[in-house]
Design a protein around this ligand. Structure first.
Ligand SMILES: Cc1ncc(COP(=O)(O)O)c(C=O)c1O
Length: 472
């Protein structure tokens, strides 16, 4: 076994580069006896021959069961402290009509952030009361539509929105429930959190201004104040950041009770998932228990009732469910000079194997946007060839067009092989683009050996459809 010096320190050389780490792959992904990747009973060869590549393949039972598990865990944990929980699925992670229905079936509410996301949730048959509406710059039309469909909660993000939402509610003759988004000064990511007096970001109202802004909300008869909201970040593996945000919000929440009811507290989303074998996501039961402890002890310390707690996970529900399939087109072994500094010319050189696939940053921009890491396996076969360090690149005109910065694949990976990238359910399709005029891939739902298209592939006609040049 030779260790490539270009491998990042967290990535270990695998004993078996065909293995599917259970923490990273969707629950129903496995290899067949022949070595092919099979997802929920559907083989890679069937998926590729029927739907082509690139394609997002979503393990429906996986997504549904995560949604149910998170709701049940929060229901149980908050019932045990004499309260209840409301789980919103954060639609920005990935929303389609089918996915919205899976979430509603699982008993979740849905959080939307634009008129478009609202339209999808409504098209799925969601009642307005099961939706929440976020955004730092909602248009007047978006607010109007949200109020007109009886949306369950609008999260007010700035002072000017108070009047906009109140006026829309008056026009529609309703009393609109609202939350107030707070910039708590806590920002968390992965294992660390940062706590400042005030975070330098566009979302929410500073904690110090909360009481005055809630008074403005309460001064409008067409608004009903539900409570404060905070979202501290994404891909969080530790609960301490949530605890700090809750402590900060709670102090204000308690003060606000003097001026009227504050039935709820919304702690946002951001629970981390495993993208690589070194990521360890917290089990949802543990997150729920910890949240209930944080909130109930905070309430006890202040002598106030435990509020209903709302959460808004997206990634933790849909992220692990989806695998993206690509076809390998070209492979290059690129000599990287002085990958290790030895002092002697040429001694520290290493080879990086670039494996290029038929998609890239247009279907998964996270590696380019955030330096996100993913893992990769050959899907159409297993191989006993020695593992080689690879970088999976896309086909776009950007050198930063990387899908997987570093992982090991069997060294005999070859053009025509199908590569599978797990944990691509969140913020991949929803952030997809048509860069270089690539049509966006389809989303295929697989369940009990059956595959069906839930969002079709974009065609050349779709790509040309909005260009008026052909008409002139
Ligand atoms: C306000 C809010 N709630 C919930 C989420 C969902 O986060 P995640 O998908 O990481 O759970 C986000 C993500 O950006 C958000 O901004």
């Amino acid at each position: 076994m030779s260790v490539n010096p270009l491998a990042p320190s967290w990535l270990s050389h695998p004993d078996d580069a065909n293995e599917l780490a259970a923490t990273v792959w969707s629950q129903n992904a496995a290899r067949s006896d022949e070595g092919e990747l099979v997802i929920a009973g559907v083989t890679t060869s069937e998926l590729v021959s029927r739907f082509g590549t690139p394609a997002y393949v979503v393990d429906e039972a996986d997504a549904r069961s995560r949604a149910v598990a998170i709701r049940e865990s929060f229901d149980a944990a908050f019932a045990s402290v004499g309260s209840s929980a409301k789980v919103y699925y954060a639609g920005k992670a990935f929303l389609s009509i089918q996915v919205a229905r899976w979430m509603l079936d699982a008993g979740l509410n849905i959080d939307v952030c634009s008129g478009g996301e609202l339209a999808v949730a409504l098209a799925a048959g969601a009642e307005g009361s099961r939706l929440g509406f976020h955004g730092n710059n909602k248009s007047l039309d978006e607010i109007d539509r949200a109020v007109s469909v009886g949306i369950g909660a609008i999260v007010i993000d700035s002072i000017v929105e108070i009047e906009r939402v109140a006026d829309a509610a008056l026009r529609h003759g309703v009393v609109q429930p609202v939350r107030l988004r707070i910039n708590s000064g806590v920002h968390a990511s992965t294992h660390e959190y940062l706590a400042t007096a005030r975070e330098d970001q566009k979302f929410g109202i500073p904690l110090a201004d909360a009481a005055a802004v809630v008074a403005l909300i309460r001064s409008r008869d067409s608004l009903r104040f539900l409570g404060l909201h905070s979202h501290i970040g994404s891909q969080i593996f530790e609960s301490e950041g949530f605890a700090e945000a809750a402590r900060r919000l709670f102090a204000v929440h308690a003060e606000l009770l003097a001026g009227g009811p504050v039935p709820e507290l919304n702690l946002g989303g951001g629970f981390g998932i495993a993208y690589t074998s070194v990521d360890e996501a917290l089990p949802v039961e543990e997150i729920a228990t910890r949240f209930a402890e944080i909130v109930s002890s905070g309430a006890a310390a202040l002598g106030i009732p435990v509020p209903v707690v709302a959460i808004e996970p997206g990634r933790a529900i849909i992220g692990p469910s989806t695998t993206t399939l690509y076809t390998v087109g070209t492979i290059k072994d690129v000599l990287v000079s002085d990958a290790v500094s030895t002092g002697a010319a040429g001694d520290g050189d290493a080879v990086r194997k670039y494996v290029s696939v038929d998609g890239g940053m247009s279907d998964n921009v996270r590696p380019a946007l955030y330096g996100a890491d993913y893992s990769v396996r050959i899907a159409n076969r297993a191989s006993q060839a020695d593992a080689a360090l690879v970088r999976v690149a896309g086909k776009h005109c950007e050198s930063g067009d990387i899908v997987v910065h570093a992982d090991y694949l069997p060294g005999d990976v070859t053009p025509g092989d199908i590569l599978a990238i797990p944990a691509t359910g969140a913020y991949c399709w929803s952030l997809a683009s048509n860069y270089n005029y690539l049509g966006r891939p389809p989303v295929i739902a697989v369940r009990n050996g059956e595959a069906r298209v839930i969002v079709r592939r974009e065609t050349e006609a779709d790509l040309l459809g909005r260009d008026t040049g052909l008409e002139s």
